[in-house]
Each structure stands twice: as structure tokens, then as C-alpha cells.
Design a protein around this ligand. Structure first.
Ligand code: FES
Length: 113
């Protein structure tokens, strides 16, 4: 189990606005397609996290999964992922999903891709 957080300094990252903070109140989530990547963004008690939306088991949408604390459960077969890091926490998924740095600039929510 691991997280795929994009930390390779040789990759040039860019910040892309995906929403306004008022559009995602605490406890809410949304999915965006950025640079051809489906990214699920969660507001966990006022802090924003962004991870890949596509389950690494058989491509269920994590946005549609049940959440409990920092955990999201894939709606298809029950794999658990950490909403902060994307790490796989339980089977049947063997690998985590990517995680993305979230930056708040004014009223904008941006992700680093
Ligand atoms: S598709 Fe997510 S657990 Fe199977």
C-alpha cells in the first residue's frame, strides 16, 4: 500500500483552478477532470484534499464512495483509501491513487498537476 503523491522535482508542476471555496462546503466533495486526470476533491472539516477519483481495483469512482473520517470506501467492491494521501488502506485495491497538492489562493481552490 502506498501513496503516489507527485513529489518528483524533475516534473514541472502547475497550479490549476478547479473551483471556488464557496462551492465546496465542509463535508462535500466534487470531481474534476484536469489534464485528462479525474480528480476527486474533498473538504474534510475545512481542509481540502485532492486524490485520483478512479479506484485502482476496477475503476470505481471514489467520489461516490462512503466517507468516514479521512477514509473513503470504493462503492464497487469496498476498497478503502485515505482521502488525505490516496494510500490504499484495505483490499481489494493493492495500490493507492495519486494525491495532489491543494493550494488556496483567495477564494480559489487550485490543484498542482
Ligand atoms: S473498483 Fe474499487 S474496490 Fe473494486
Amino acid at each position: 500500500m502506498f501513496s503516489n503523491h507527485q513529489t518528483d522535482p524533475s516534473i514541472t508542476a502547475k497550479l490549476i483552478k478547479i473551483a471556488a471555496t464557496k462551492d465546496v462546503p465542509p463535508g462535500q466533495a466534487a470531481v474534476f477532470t484536469v489534464e485528462r486526470q479525474r480528480i476527486a476533491r474533498f473538504n474534510v472539516e475545512g481542509t481540502y484534499y485532492a486524490i485520483g477519483d478512479t479506484c485502482t481495483h476496477r475503476s470505481g469512482s471514489l467520489l461516490e464512495g462512503a466517507v468516514q473520517g479521512t477514509k473513503v470506501t470504493c462503492p464497487w467492491h469496498g476498497a478503502d483509501f485515505d482521502r488525505k494521501t490516496g494510500a490504499a488502506l484495505g483490499p481489494p485495491a493493492q495500490n493507492g491513487v495519486p494525491s495532489y497538492k491543494v493550494v488556496i489562493e483567495g477564494d480559489d481552490i487550485k490543484v498542482e498537476v
